[in-house]
Ligand binder design. Structure first.
Ligand SMILES: Cc1cc2nc3c(=O)[nH]c(=O)nc-3n(C[C@H](O)[C@H](O)[C@H](O)COP(=O)(O)OP(=O)(O)OC[C@H]3O[C@@H](n4cnc5c(N)ncnc54)[C@H](O)[C@@H]3O)c2cc1C
Length: 291
């Protein structure tokens, strides 16, 4: 399918990109890896007047760990993050999720910022960002602001980024010692978006769960934290009975959508299984790490 006629700008710096966004506002779409935007253009589901291509903005790429945070530039390709030792060391949950995104060809173009700005509720990275309370750094002509993950995802493919702002960086808190993580999903085929996915992190202190994080993909129009299950887990010793009860609490008020991939009842059953499996895997990893 041919792309529609569209204007094209290629800024060389964040300042130039912000200037263009201020000029075009919601008439513009930022072009990162193009793995979601180009299909949307081809299908006429997005009709921007101009594309602002940020592939030439070098300052937007890179990974660094400092001061308790892993900072990833928005234009960092998914495969670069996947192969980064800093990501593996500082954000093992992110490292576990990255290989599940599409296929290698997608990840070689797709970017961390693109996935999180696109905000597909079935995608892996939004669930990871929500689980870890990531921070989103956006910049416009009037300056920079930081948005917490809880406020970033507003609805289906919708974030709290304003039309004149560029997502420049995403920050993940460095995993605490004694933390184990697991990302599991059920998809029709390897590389497909998740029917249901779960990002999980457990921290053990002297054998007791001191921090628990669970965030689902694919059950709502935004990634969803399982707060009732997290509350249950903290202060407890890991056990299969505890994880069964966490699965029950995580899914009791869940109201997932129906589509051709599965009914709400099917999604709830899958979600409960994922809670049990992720928690067992995360607890085992945390126990190994705190030996
Ligand atoms: C066949 C196929 C399978 C896929 N499977 C999966 C999958 O299983 N899981 C998954 O998560 N993803 C999947 N994807 C999507 C892929 O991960 C994309 O790379 C990602 O969703 C978008 O990243 P991008 O860099 O390509 O962004 P683009 O497509 O360039 O942009 C996506 C959106 O984000 C906006 N945007 C991008 N960067 C910025 C920025 N810095 N500031 C502000 N706005 C910005 C764009 O304007 C656009 O609206 C798949 C894609 C394809 C084609």
């Amino acid at each position: 399918m041919k792309l529609p006629q569209v204007g094209y700008e290629a800024p060389a710096s964040v300042a130039e990109a912000a200037e263009l966004l201020a000029e075009y506002q919601d008439e513009a779409s930022v072009l990162a890896g193009g793995q979601s935007l180009i299909p949307l253009l081809a299908l006429r589901l997005a009709r921007p007047a101009v594309l602002i291509d940020i592939n030439g903005v070098k300052e937007l790429s890179g990974v660094s760990a400092d001061d308790g945070w892993l900072a990833i530039g928005a234009m960092t390709r998914e495969y670069v993050a996947e192969e980064s030792a800093a990501v593996a060391d500082s954000a093992p949950l992110l490292a576990a999720a990255l290989p599940l995104i599409g296929h290698e060809a997608i990840r070689s173009r797709g970017t961390i910022g693109g996935s999180l700005a696109h905000a597909d509720p079935a995608a892996e990275l939004p669930a990871v960002a929500r689980a870890l309370d990531a921070e989103f750094v956006v910049r416009g002509q009037s300056g920079e602001r930081v948005v917490r993950a809880a406020e970033w995802f507003e609805g289906y493919l919708t974030t709290s980024r304003r039309p004149d702002e560029l997502l420049v960086q995403v920050r993940f808190p460095v995993a605490k010692p004694g933390t184990g993580t697991s990302f599991l999903e059920v998809a029709r085929r390897h590389g497909d978006f998740a029917i249901v996915g779960l990002a999980a992190a457990l921290t053990l202190s002297d054998g007791v769960i001191s921090d628990a994080r669970l965030a689902f993909a694919g059950i709502s129009d935004v990634p969803v934290r399982a707060a009732a299950a997290e509350d249950l887990l903290v202060g407890q010793t890991p056990s299969d009975e505890l994880f069964d009860e966490a699965a029950r609490r995580a899914t009791e008020d869940m109201d997932p959508p129906a589509d051709l991939h599965g009914s709400p009842e099917y999604r709830k059953k899958v979600a409960a299984v994922l809670v049990r499996r992720c928690l067992r895997a995360a607890a085992d990893e945390a126990a190994r790490g705190s030996d």
